[in-house]
Design a protein around this ligand. Structure first.
Ligand SMILES: [Ca+2]
Ligand SMILES: [Ca+2]
Length: 251
């Protein structure tokens, strides 16, 4: 016949007597000690098993490396003064001013190695590379790019030692048509007889060319500026003829 079975909560009561941690007193007993209770082992043996288990657990905790945050590993991190730039330009007119962004090391530890790349032919940034914790970068639009409309490019900031590379600066360009009103060759905001005089003076007397671009006088939008445009403009102003074309559609 088997002996009397120990009370199911005996392990917890022994843990309490031995001043074990709360989690053991609450009944979370390791499998080895539960086995001791199940087979009716003496309380002393049960306590030894509990102590051995706690010691093994302590050693295991000490030997497990604690993950270190990347920032504490001594590596630089890329910071940017701007992440979005906006440029606006008028085609064939003066280029928009150069803009400046700053690349810096947000961690103030180590030396940031950085390099730049751009993904659009109309976009440029300089210098292209450096090894310092703060650097000013000039960003500009290439003068030969004259395509009307909205454009988006990117400056990719790479690094061989920063923890957050690559970072990106978005660059938006709005290329506008400088001609607001075709036929308004003196660029005063309206089409009047003075534009006829201005255009005739330019064609026959080598006067100044239409403003802001010579295309502003091509009211027929046929690609040439000649007396045919003068006749068309006279017909429009004095005889309520058809309106000038939109030169922006051609340039
Ligand atoms: Ca005018
Ligand atoms: Ca023409």
């Amino acid at each position: 016949m088997s002996g009397p079975r120990p009370h199911p909560n005996r392990a917890a009561s022994v843990a309490t007597e031995l001043n074990m941690p709360n989690r053991l007193r609450s009944g979370i007993i390791p499998s080895a000690t539960r086995t001791a209770v199940r087979f009716g082992l003496p309380a002393v043996l049960l306590s030894v098993l509990l102590v051995l288990h706690l010691q093994a657990e302590t050693v295991s905790r000490r030997s497990t490396p604690t993950p270190q945050p990347a920032e504490s590993a001594g590596l630089p991190r890329i910071g940017l003064s701007e992440t979005v730039l906006y440029f606006e330009a008028e085609r064939f007119m003066e280029l928009p001013p150069v803009q400046v962004i700053t690349i810096f090391n947000t961690q103030d530890i180590g030396v940031l190695h950085w390099d730049l790349d751009v993904d659009r032919g109309w976009l440029s940034a300089s210098p292209a590379t450096g090894q310092q914790n703060e650097a000013n970068i000039s960003v500009w639009i290439i003068g030969s790019f004259q395509v009307l409309g909205q454009h988006t490019g990117h400056i990719i900031v790479g690094s061989n030692n920063a923890i957050n590379a690559p970072e990106t600066v978005w660059v938006h360009l709005n290329m506008l048509c400088p001609i607001e009103l075709t036929g308004d060759v003196n660029d005063d905001g309206q089409i009047t007889q003075s534009d006829i005089i201005y255009l005739v003076n330019h064609l026959l007397r080598a006067g100044p060319q239409p403003l802001p671009l010579v295309q502003a006088g091509d009211v027929l939008c046929d690609g040439d500026l000649d007396l045919g445009d003068v006749i068309y403009l006279v017909n429009f102003i004095l005889k309520a003829g058809p309106s000038p074309c939109n030169a922006c559609a051609l340039i």
